[in-house]
Ligand binder design. Structure first.
Ligand code: M6R
Length: 611
């Protein structure tokens, strides 16, 4: 989604801003803009439809390389079409306040009508522009007071960052429900919607909270809060991600790099958490809530997209080993339902970015109604991580490609560990615990075996490149992975793919089967293997093309599948992880045959911070 970068300092604002914006490109956008202040009295301003390169070219054309402060922004259109004039920054009638914004100002229409009546002239169709005019209206010489006044007029979600032409060495900001982070270095200050924008310059960051606002300059940071919530001394955090980790290295796409990082993701997500000699799971992040967790009598897993798919596998695991009612919910739906939360409900928000607004809002709702809220999040210090009572980080490093891959793998593993940890607290004896823990420790090796077979997956994708309709079918633990496989194919290859629990086919969708329909069936030897085979027979009998993913070399399955791909043998709980890696590869290679922009698929954004 939209990206914000702001900078004040002595090291050439233009380059720092443009590089920062490039580091946010993975989030998805359709236009970009920049304002830079330097020795000239008028700021340098450019806004263009398209990619950051267009801004870069424009800056080069006009010989702009320096500047001591500025803002830039990549826009993912919500209010107003994709055009130069709707790109940020926006300004007021006198062109004094330059504003960039992520989020949505919900009451912009009524504010705009009022401002129009008062004589303000608008240049764009965006909700953001009202903010610039509100600054013009309320400014009385005190920037901080003006930001506060403007905030009190706004409803919705915003990360707002602005510069006043007469005070170009100061950046003002405000935050509500949309991420904003300050980065600090001697003589320089950065502000951005994502640490990746400035991680190559500094790892010292301050995560802003809802209702925070204030002003920053190269040697001063002033943060206030509309509700008088004070920042604590330890609020400057040092982030542990490397700039290097976010580079593509020799891979053609970030997505491929991240798939090949899946074995390492498991190693990092389990490091220090499995004490095999004692057969114990140690999750330091949950220690502080252990007394409440022990009493929990129902669990709600809540997420969007891939994180939701990971939750589907965890739901089955938790039900099986905790013997509690567990539901797995799509966040955008759950937040508008009347779920019966109470103090014994454990709500688990699963999110790679930790910024997905639907998941965050569902979590806040559950917390308000008394549930214990936990997070399974990758980005340290993200909004969801900070909004929960406690949580477990994935620790898998940055995931840059829009299509989430290694996060799916690590989320399942961490959720399983969470279940085993809760079982420990509740003194539930799990006979299979040692087997499960040992199998998890072997996962990296098994994942490497899947990845070593990537050539045959590529060949398969090439062979099927002309098919346009795909069913992904699986049962029990593998319903999760077929959802994940179908999601990946849709989002990066733009091909219609639908996931179904195999047993559900005969209740309607089987009517669609003909020789043009490809059925990717995940059927490892597990507790539902025989049932799966029957479902496969039903499809085969109707002429469907069948690709089977299994770990069982048997003649029956080889007869049924037009193609068979093998994954290593493991316990049934971990099959979705191995099949997941294989289906990530399949979607990747399939999208490659179509020459799609794999890392930045159309219409999509990496973290979805609007509803
Ligand atoms: O950052 P999150 O895990 O909260 O993101 C959730 C979804 O938006 C995300 O998984 C999305 O579905 C991916 N593009 C799927 O590949």
């Amino acid at each position: 989604m939209c990206g914000i970068v702001g900078y004040v300092g002595k090291n050439g604002a233009t380059k720092i801003l443009l590089n920062g914006l490039k580091n946010l490109e993975y989030r998805g956008y359709d236009s970009a803009g920049l304002v830079v202040f330097g020795s000239n009295s008028a700021p340098f301003l450019v806004k263009k439809k398209g990619q950051v390169e267009v801004l870069e070219r424009e800056c080069a054309k006009r010989n702009l390389s320096g500047g001591f402060s500025g803002l830039c922004h990549s826009r993912w259109a919500t209010h107003g079409g994709v055009s130069d004039k709707n790109a940020h920054p926006h300004w007021d009638c006198q062109k004094r306040f330059f504003i960039v914004h992520n989020g949505i100002i919900e009451n912009y229409k009524e504010l705009k009508d009022k401002l129009l009546k008062e004589g303000h002239k608008f240049n764009s169709e965006t909700d953001t522009e009202v903010v610039a005019h509100l600054f013009e209206k309320f400014y009385n010489g005190d920037l901080n007071r003006t930001v506060e006044k403007v905030m009190r007029k706004l409803n919705g979600a915003y990360a707002l960052v602005g510069i006043l032409k007469n005070k170009p060495d100061v950046i003002f900001f405000a935050r509500l429900s949309s991420p904003l982070i300050i980065g600090k270095k001697e003589g320089e200050v950065f502000i951005a919607s994502d640490v990746n924008a400035f991680i190559e310059h500094t790892k010292n960051v301050i995560y802003l909270d809802d209702y925070d606002y204030g002003v920053i300059s190269a040697d001063n940071i002033l943060i206030k809060n509309l509700h008088n919530k004070k920042k604590k001394k330890g609020d400057i955090k040092v982030i542990d991600w490397d700039y290097e980790a976010g580079l593509k290295k020799n891979y053609r796409h970030f997505m491929l790099k991240e798939i090949f990082e899946e074995p390492e993701a498991v190693i990092n997500a389990t490091r220090g958490r499995i004490i095999i000699d004692d057969m114990q799971v140690k999750l330091g992040g949950l220690e502080q809530v252990r007394h409440r967790l022990r009493l929990v009598d129902k669990i709600v897993l809540c997420a969007c997209g891939t994180a939701y798919n990971a939750g589907l596998a965890a739901k089955i695991f938790m039900e099986e080993y905790l013997r509690l009612p567990v539901s797995c919910e799509v966040a955008s739906e759950l937040r508008y339902r009347h779920f019966p939360y109470d103090a014994y409900t454990c709500f688990v928000g699963i999110s790679q970015s930790g910024e997905t607004i639907d998941t965050l809002k569902a979590l806040e709702h559950a917390k308000k109604l008394g549930a214990l809220t936990l997070g399974v999040v990758n980005v340290v210090g993200s909004t969801i991580a900070r909004a929960t009572d406690a949580g477990v980080y994935l620790h898998i490093g940055p995931e840059i490609a829009v299509a989430s891959t290694k996060a799916y793998i690590a989320q399942i593993v961490v959720l399983y560990l969470m279940a085993l940890y809760i079982a420990q607290l509740k003194n539930i004896k799990i006979l299979k615990k040692k087997v499960i823990l040992e199998a998890i420790l072997k996962l990296p090796m098994h994942l490497r075996q899947v990845l070593n077979n990537s050539r045959s997956v590529k060949t398969l994708a090439d062979d099927f490149k002309n098919y346009r309709h795909f069913f992904y079918l699986g049962r029990k633990y593998n319903y999760s992975v077929v959802m994940e496989g179908a999601l990946k194919l849709k989002e990066i290859a733009y091909v219609f793919a639908e996931a179904y629990p195999s047993g559900e086919m005969k209740h309607g969708p089987i009517a669609l089967i003909d020789r043009k329909m490809v059925n990717i069936v995940v059927a490892p030897k597990d507790s539902v293997y025989k049932k799966n085979l029957s479902n496969l027979e039903e499809i085969k009998a109707r002429g469907g093309k069948v690709i089977v993913i299994t770990n069982n070399k048997d003649s029956a399955i080889e007869k049924l599948g037009d193609n068979v791909l093998y994954i290593p043998k493991t316990i049934e709980e971990l099959n979705p992880i191995l099949a997941g890696s294989l289906l990530h590869l399949f979607a990747y290679y399939y999208a490659l045959t179509k020459n799609r922009p794999i890392d930045k698929p159309r219409n999509l954004a990496k973290s979805v911070t609007v509803e």
